[in-house]
Design a protein around this ligand. Sequence first.
Ligand SMILES: Nc1nc2c(ncn2[C@@H]2O[C@H](COP(=O)(O)OP(=O)(O)OP(=O)(O)O)[C@@H](O)[C@H]2O)c(=O)[nH]1
Length: 356
Amino acid sequence: MNPLATTNNLATNPTLAVLGFKRQIVYHLHFWALVAVAPLVMVQWQQGNILLALLLILFCLNAVAVIAFLRFRSIYFLQGRLFPILAVICAVYSTVINGHAGLYWSYPAAAAVFFLLPLREATVSNIIFVASMSVVSFITFPEADFWRITFSLGLTCLFVMIFAWLVGRLQAELTRLATTDPLTGCLNRSQLADILNGQIQMRERYERVSSLILLDLDYFKTINDRWGHMAGDRVLQELSHRLSKRLRESDRLFRIGGEEFMLVLPETRQKDADKVARELLTSISARPFVEGIQITASASVAEVGKGETWSVWLNRADQALYEAKARGRNQAVSAARQLNEEPPEDADGTTLAADL
Ligand SMILES: Nc1nc2c(ncn2[C@@H]2O[C@H](COP(=O)(O)OP(=O)(O)OP(=O)(O)O)[C@@H](O)[C@H]2O)c(=O)[nH]1
């Protein structure tokens, strides 16, 4: 896959969009820095600054490697970390030997650090950078210049740090908004394929078997009709609260439709997932919801089968949910296994909670 494709085309999920955005930043910074710095190699070489010219060659080689790895291998060469380190070293050394001509490069170098390193790492690096530049300018330039350089470079760092921090927060907030359902806070469908595929890989590679539960409220329409939509919304909120209280931290809770939820239980076999489903249905029917609303739910349970895709896995669970509804609701049904699959050791019929 082209690493930059996620933002050139429309990304298929929010996590990929953020990844694509970060890759674009790394790619463009390295590309344009290469264009700007390559001619300087000749200039410094001709001026006899051999060490600086060699450092700049190293900088350019790193930029070429990062661009090539991102384009053709979809990976970060050295995590993109060599750029800020070399940029800072070159800027400090160039200021020592070239005076103001070298100093000007410290401003883009300081800004680039914030776009390439994690915020905390970038802040610490730039504090060290500004301190080094202050020492160099104190030794190299008149006192008035020393103050100007220290404050202007410090202020540049502060502005870019605030910008990078706010962009990071905005990214996190947009990802949260794009991946969760605003009413209940559960995950929405955007994460569904990724998470189910992750469980399938765990099964294929490590024989770690996961299960999923589909859960759908019974006759929810009548709640809306009788108590109104707001009450219906509060039931859904309380339901997601009750469900998440019973789950482990590694479990994932999705709202995949109006009153339909999906729970992914990593490393949980069918038998244990059946038990969880029964307990969830009990927790729904045992106590009334807001305004004394009494409601039940139907559920289906499916362990991931060997070699099956996420849509086949989900489809098996869907069929079992239809069956739970058809059998009179308020019960959980185990999904039929794939045709080519052996039955579980403790297969005991399909209806699990007819006695609820
Ligand atoms: N309050 C509220 N209602 C919703 C929301 N999303 C979907 N619904 C309602 O949920 C109801 C679902 O109705 P049906 O699909 O007939 O399902 P049901 O009444 O639960 O019947 P069964 O599933 O067959 O037991 C519809 O009336 C939708 O308007 C929501 O976010 N809030």
